[in-house]
Design a binder for this molecule. Sequence first.
Ligand code: URA
Length: 409
Amino acid sequence: MADRAYAAPDLIRAKRDGLALAGEQIRWLFGAYLSGEVAEEQMSALLMAIYFRGLDDAELRTWTAAMVDSGERLDLSGVGRPTVDKHSTGGVGDKVSLILAPLVAACGAAVPQLSGRGLGHTGEMTAILRRLGCVICAAGPGLAPADRRLYALRDVTGTVESIPLIASSIMSKKIAEGTGALVLDVKVGSGAFMRELADARLLARTMVTLGEEHGVRTSALLTRMDTPLGRAVGNAVEVEESVATLAGQGPPDLAEVVLALAAEMLRLAGLDGDPAAALADGSALARYRDMIAAQGGDPDAPLPVARHTRVVPAPATGWLTRLDAHGVGHAAWRLGAGRARKEDPVSPSAGLLCLAKEGDWVEQEQPLLELRADEESRFDAALAALGDAIEVGPERPAQTAPVIDRIGM
Ligand code: URA
């Protein structure tokens, strides 16, 4: 906490007018916000001022540190292996974590994949990490609680899309999680938060700098998200594809992203394991099964199957030049794979399979997508959501590698 008190309207005016806030002012602000002295409407106004004016490097460092310090910082020093985590900014068909955590653990690291929010059984988590080297669970409420409140406020005040606010939100949780190293998968394209490469680069650089400033060895890969990653989009279908990838039979684009992230994680962790060998020899799949069992699941449990399927045929013969991530993601959501409101249920069996990928030759009427839903009535909305996501043309599209660039020290 800062020694002296400030007045929230003065801080809002200063930021509104383009001035930088002092470290002490930011510390005071967080203390006063968490104690209720600074009201939600004052924080909302400040967030909007930050949305327009940004935060400079020093402000961002203190802002992030204040979010970390609003809760606990886990100590993972007892797990007995180098710790390294991955964070993805999210995309369509992004099932990478389920494959990557056991894969990197099979190569000798400990991967504490805390995602989202929920109950965090930290004692149990550390024990599984020590024994198996990977755990995937929701973070406890004690990690960066200031971020939880700010994120909810940003959601309803039109202030989510701000690079300093996104960077500090993501990094505060990862720093508090206690990982020694972190690889960021910053997705770029129509199905991602960052649609433009320049924005993705700036976000990646900002997060890498924040990580390094807080003692977390951090790097980022920029990866393509203008078309779905792999073939499966939805819950059960993505689990199935993850298991196939762990068995060495995944779609090439997904395997390429997973192996690139794994190599980067091992490099930051100072390990020289061979992730391709861990996929080929079955050790990554065995670690996945152990992780599911250790977390109370049954790795052999049958996956839910949707009651109805519908095929989307190719509109013409030619090269599939476009299978747009945004349209496909929107369709999967309409099938029931995602939520419209926080309280809505998600259907575990809903989703779709991409039976062809961008760059494939297709014949007219050949099935391109297989839609899956629990209610037949969902198909019309899903087809409408696809919009112009599919294009077939006479020119073979240029091949684009799924990993665009690496950013780091
Ligand atoms: N994810 C986060 O955790 N925070 C953001 O601000 C955006 C995405």
